[in-house]
Ligand binder design. Structure first.
Ligand SMILES: Nc1ncnc2c1ncn2[C@@H]1O[C@H](COP(=O)(O)OP(=O)(O)OP(=O)(O)O)[C@@H](O)[C@H]1O
Length: 483
């Protein structure tokens, strides 16, 4: 039947120990629609997607194409039926090439010339979704910046060999893509859906949901709390449906522009490839933005400065909030509390021992302040949802006594309510004299910066005070060499 949903869930429940991640969810995905899924960090979105993709089972009923598969739905079953998933924590193998990763996905690509065929398969899909992507099939995935890894993973999910592609679940697919590439993806999603495909799109960027989705499902604390056609939501009704505690983002500059201090800068740094005299300058109490398309040398600049601060020994000290939490962020085998307190151990030392009660108290304090959703801070860090892991990384940096905080696209996967709170904390900490260097792929976040440096091709190509900042200026210098 044409109207039968591809997949339908009835009264689905899932618990992890004491945490009830899903408390009776009904959901269906139909052919030819993009279903938007939103909700706070820890609402249960990824758990629900893992269930659709057959990664783990749950109580309740699951039907695919109208056939009840409860209790026997698994990854192989989902794949055979054309259900694919692009997970938040990327799953491509870092030590294999782009083509080899495509082959891993399609076991049927074997025999003579498989590498060439796998390479063509993934290259054609990258060309289709992300024209001008600059990725070669022979590139080793681990050498690619995170944005390109994310593009490979997305393209791979849409490649077709003998197995069909009917429903693709995208869990925060644009989190490390810049606005230009994110737009390419959303345009492709619309084409895919118009051609009869189906997409579930999870995103904390509500503009994306409203522009790409046909229908929106809002989750809160493991339940679906609203479900309507996207056209019936506005940004503010969507925020309200999510039960977000924070007010909606204001338009225009978040703060009035301040004149730059005449005092000696706290730090100066020049990108290695910079040939003109330009350099990044940061004073005490400033929030400095690093902008431009993804992967234009911004992360390298932060790493360089961080290395220099660490190498300097005494005096200035830096804390780093990693955007690529899988690779540089969380200590996966440690508890939430240990992950938060690792950079504050000096303060938590009692003689030769670490004060366990102090460690716990510090972590508990941050759990309250930043809303990390866990029943116990001694639980493993990987028991947290993606956005809550990212909050723990913020707590680690803000809770340290570092004078300079370097942030590498740090809001990846953080929900809208928490973002507002963190913006406020950054401002308050800057007022106390801390300096923030903040690389962001979200144009809106630059409004929180006193000064923005736009990067292109490893160089600073524009330097904009808050009063001069406009989206056009950032875009213009991102694409054309304005130096
Ligand atoms: N493997 C696990 N072990 C223990 N708890 C888990 C596990 N996976 C998820 N949870 C818990 O289940 C709840 C739902 O998590 P889920 O990842 O589905 O949230 P989410 O809506 O995707 O959040 P985010 O927006 O941060 O990605 C959270 O409270 C989380 O801590």
């Amino acid at each position: 039947m044409a109207d039968t949903p591809i997949i339908r869930l009835d009264g689905v429940q899932k618990s992890f120990g004491a945490v009830r991640a899903l408390r009776g969810v009904d959901l269906e995905c139909r052919a030819g629609e993009c279903l938007g899924l939103v909700g706070h960090n820890g609402a249960g979105k990824s758990t629900l997607m893992n269930l659709l993709a057959g990664v783990f089972g749950a109580e309740g009923r699951i039907a695919i194409d109208g056939v009840d598969v409860s209790g026997r739905h698994g990854v192989a079953e989902a794949q055979a039926r054309g259900i694919r998933c692009v997970f938040q924590e990327l799953s491509i193998c870092p030590n294999l090439s782009v083509a080899e990763n495509a082959r891993v996905f399609h076991a049927g690509l074997s025999g003579f010339g498989w590498r060439r065929r796998a390479g063509k398969l993934i290259r054609d899909k990258l060309d289709e979704i992300f024209p001008g992507h600059g990725i070669s099939a022979a590139d080793i995935v681990g050498d690619l910046p995170i944005a390109r890894r994310q593009m490979v993973e997305i393209a791979r999910a849409f490649t077709v060999t003998s197995a069909p592609v009917r429903l693709v679940i995208l869990d925060e697919p644009t989190s490390s893509l810049d606005a230009h590439v994110a737009e390419q993806l959303l345009a492709f999603v619309r084409r895919f859906v118009a051609g009869g495909g189906s997409v579930v799109l999870i995103s904390h960027l509500l503009g994306e949901i409203l522009s790409a989705a046909d229908r929106v499902v809002v989750m809160k604390d493991g339940q679906v709390v609203a479900e309507r056609p996207a056209a019936e939501f506005t940004r503010s009704t969507l925020v309200a449906a999510m039960g977000s505690v924070a007010a909606e983002e204001k338009e225009g500059p978040a703060e009035p522009a301040r004149a730059r201090s005449d005092a000696a800068p706290r730090l100066r740094a020049r990108p290695p490839r910079q040939e003109d005299g330009r350099e990044l300058v940061a004073h005490r109490g400033e929030v400095i933005g690093l902008a431009g398309l993804a992967g234009q040398g911004q992360t390298a600049m932060l790493v360089l400065i961080y290395g220099r601060l660490r190498g300097a020994g005494k005096g200035e000290n830096g804390a780093f909030v990693a955007g690529d939490r899988q690779q540089d962020g969380v200590f996966p085998l440690w508890s939430i509390a240990d992950n938060i307190t690792i950079t504050s151990l000096k303060r938590l030392r009692r003689g030769l021992m670490i004060d366990r009660a102090g460690t716990r108290a510090m972590a508990e304090g941050w759990r309250e302040r930043i809303g990390i959703r866990t029943p116990d801070v001694n639980n493993p860090i990987l028991s947290l949802s993606g956005g809550n892991q990212q909050k723990a990384l913020f707590a680690r940096a803000l809770g340290s006594d570092a004078g300079v905080v370097l942030m590498d696209d740090p809001m990846r996967g953080v929900d809208i309510g928490t973002k507002q709170e963190v913006y406020g904390m950054i401002r308050a900490e800057a007022e106390k004299g801390r300096t923030f260097l903040w690389y962001t792929t979200e144009m809106d976040e630059l409004r929180h910066c006193d000064h923005t440096y736009v990067f292109r091709d490893g160089r600073i190509v524009a330097d904009l005070a808050r009063s001069e900042l406009t989206e056009e200026k950032v875009l213009q210098s991102s694409f054309a060499d304005a130096s």
